[in-house]
Design a protein around this ligand. Structure first.
Ligand code: ADP
Ligand code: GLC
Length: 472
C-alpha cells in the first residue's frame, strides 16, 4: 500500500510540537510494516534544508484566486529519514524560517495544498491513499471531491487526523476563490458559522477522521472550539488512535543529546548524573526533587496557572523541591516565568525559547514532569518522560487520561489531578513529594515507567487496518 502523508510539520525538518514528531515517526513504522509511506510538506528555510541533498522531481503552477504561482517539488536524495520526503517550494509564501504565525498563513497553506493536489494529479501511478494532518491540509479531501480540475482523483481515499481541533484555519468567504474552481452547490461543506472552516470541510469530506486518543475523541463532542455538533453528527466516521513515540529518537541509552546514557538497569545512577548537570547549569539543588515543564506557553497547556502553582508549592512546602521550565508562547506568561527567577533563585529557573537538546536533557534529568493541560489531544511529553523514567504529573484530560494512571490506583505509576487550577496542581506536587520520599516505591515506579511500551508498533498497525478498510 502506498500512503502519502501531507503535513505542515515533520521532525527533524521542521517541528513546532507533537505534530512534527508524529509525522516524522509514523511513516517509518508504516514502511517497516511493509508499506510505502511518503511525506510531503512545505519547503521552509530550516537548517535541515541546507544540510541535505535534494533533487527536483516536479515543477508546476496554479492559481491562488487571481494570482498565478509557480511551485517546485524537491525530494531528499538519500532516504535519510527512512521514508521518501518531498518539499514544496512556493516563492514568496513558503520560503520563510518559521512554520506558522504569519499574517498570510491562509494564503501560504492554501497554496501549499493546491500545489500538492496539482502535483499528485501528475503522478502516473497515484498513491493508494492520502493522509492529511490538521487544518493546514484539511482542504485536500474537499478538493479531491469537489474541485472540477481534481475530481478525477475522487476515488483516492483520504484520512484526516486531528491533532488539535482548537485551530481550524478559519477564513472569510471573500477568500472562497482561493480554492480551485469548485462545485458551488457544495458551499455548505466549507461553511461553519458563516466562515470557511477548513477543518470542518476536512471532517465532512475525508473518508475517515481519526484523532490521537480515545478520550479526546469523546471530549470533542463536548468541547472542540465550536465544532461539537459536527463531531456528534460525524461520529460514525471518527476513530481514536493513540500516538506512539519514536523509540529510536527517544532512547536514554543512545540519545545523542545526553552525555550520560542509562538503561533500566542503571536508571538511578544515570538519572542522577543527568540531574546534576542540569541543576548545575540552572543553579538548582540536585538533592531536591526536580519538577519540569516543557511546552508551548499557552492557555491549552494551562501555562498561565504555572506561576501561581509554582509559587504556592515553594511557599507552602518550604522549598522542598525545585522547578525548571522550558517553553515559549504568550508574552505575559513568558514575562511572569522570567520574573520569578529573581524571587525564587536557587529553587526555580526557566529558559524561554525552543531548545530540542535541552528538552531531552530535562526528560532525562527530571524526577517529575508537570502537564496541567486544559486540552491535550494526546500529549507526547508524558510518553517521553516515562521512557526516561520521569514520573508524569498530569491533569486528567484527553491523551493524558488514557496514558497515565495515578499511583493511588491499582498498578498506577503517575500523579493525576482533575482541574487546571493552582490548588489542584499544588496538591499534585505535594502528592509527588510524598511519593519521592518513599524511596523504594519511587524507584519501583520509575522502573515500571521505563518498562512501558509506547512505541508506534501497535498504533501503526491500527492505521494500517484503517487504511485497508478503505481500500477494499
Ligand atoms: P503539542 O504538540 O500540543 O505542543 P505534544 O506533547 O504533543 O504537544 O508535543 C510537544 C513536543 O514539542 C514534544 O516533543 C516536546 O518535547 C516539544 N517541545 C515543546 N516545547 C518545546 C520547547 N520549548 N523546546 C523544545 N521542545 C519543545
Ligand atoms: C497536538 C496536540 C498534542 C498531540 C500532538 C500530536 O499538537 O496538542 O496533544 O500529542 O498534536 O498528535
Amino acid at each position: 500500500m502506498e500512503i502519502l502523508h501531507v503535513s505542515a510539520e515533520c521532525y527533524p525538518v521542521a517541528k513546532a510540537g507533537g505534530l512534527g514528531d508524529v509525522v516524522g515517526a509514523l511513516p517509518k513504522y508504516l514502511n517497516a510494516a511493509g508499506h510505502i509511506a511518503k511525506v510531503v510538506m512545505p519547503m521552509y528555510r530550516t537548517k535541515f534544508l541546507y544540510e541535505n541533498k535534494w533533487e527536483v522531481v516536479h515543477k508546476g503552477s496554479s492559481y491562488l484566486g487571481n494570482t498565478w504561482f509557480d511551485y517546485t517539488v524537491i525530494k531528499e536524495a538519500t532516504n535519510k529519514l527512512g521514508f521518501d520526503l518531498y518539499l514544496v517550494d512556493i516563492n514568496g509564501l513558503l520560503d520563510r524560517e518559521k512554520i506558522y504565525s504569519y499574517d498570510d498563513d491562509t494564503e501560504r497553506f492554501t497554496s501549499f495544498q493546491i500545489a500538492v493536489v496539482d502535483w499528485v494529479s501528475h503522478w502516473v501511478d497515484k498513491p493508494d491513499l492520502i493522509h492529511v494532518h490538521d487544518h493546514h491540509t484539511a482542504l485536500i479531501p474537499f478538493m479531491l471531491k469537489h474541485c472540477y480540475q481534481y475530481q478525477h482523483m475522487e476515488n483516492i481515499p483520504t484520512v484526516l487526523t486531528i491533532h488539535n481541533a482548537q485551530y481550524q484555519g478559519w477564513m472569510g468567504w471573500d477568500k472562497a476563490d482561493y480554492i480551485p474552481h469548485w462545485d458551488g452547490w457544495r458551499w455548505g461543506v466549507l461553511d461553519w458559522n458563516r466562515m470557511i472552516n477548513p477543518l470542518a470541510a476536512g471532517i465532512r469530506s475525508a473518508w475517515k477522521v481519526t484523532t490521537v486518543s480515545w478520550s479526546y475523541l469523546h471530549e470533542m463532542r463536548q468541547e472542540s472550539n465550536g465544532l461539537e455538533a459536527l463531531f456528534e453528527y460525524e461520529r460514525g466516521k471518527c476513530v481514536g488512535i493513540l500516538n506512539g513515540i519514536d523509540v529510536d529518537v527517544w532512547n536514554p541509552e543512545t540519545d545523542s543529546y545526553l552525555d550520560d546514557h542509562y538503561s533500566i538497569e542503571t536508571l538511578a545512577k544515570g538519572k542522577r548524573a543527568n540531574k546534576e548537570k542540569l541543576c548545575q547549569e540552572f543553579n538548582l539543588n540536585p538533592d531536591k526533587p526536580l519538577f519540569v515543564f516543557i511546552g508551548r506557553l499557552v492557555g491549552e497547556k494551562a501555562a498561565d496557572v504555572l506561576p501561581g502553582a509554582i509559587g504556592d508549592s515553594l511557599h507552602y512546602m518550604d522549598q522542598r523541591m525545585n522547578f525548571l521550565i522550558l517553553g515559549s508562547g504568550e508574552p505575559e506568561v513568558e514575562a511572569q516565568l522570567s520574573d520569578m527567577r529573581g524571587y525564587w533563585m536557587g529553587y526555580y529557573n526557566s529558559k524561554i525559547g525552543y531548545n530540542e537538546k535541552l528538552s531531552h536533557q530535562m526528560y532525562a534529568g527530571a524526577d517529575f514532569l508537570l502537564m496541567p493541560s486544559r486540552v491535550e489531544p494526546c500529549g507526547l511529553n508524558q510518553l517521553y518522560a516515562m521512557r526516561y523514567g520521569t514520573v508524569p504529573v498530569v491533569r486528567r484530560t484527553g491523551g493524558l487520561r488514557d496514558t497515565v494512571i495515578d499511583y493511588g490506583e491499582p498498578d498506577g505509576y503517575g500523579v493525576s489531578f482533575n482541574h487546571a487550577t493552582v490548588g489542584d496542581i499544588t496538591n499534585a506536587v505535594y502528592r509527588s513529594l510524598v511519593l519521592y520520599e518513599d524511596q523504594m516505591r519511587f524507584d519501583n515506579i520509575r522502573r515500571q515507567l521505563m518498562e512501558k511500551d509506547f512505541s508506534w508498533d501497535i498504533s501503526a498497525q491500527q492505521y494500517i487496518d484503517l487504511y485497508k478498510s478503505l481500500l477494499t
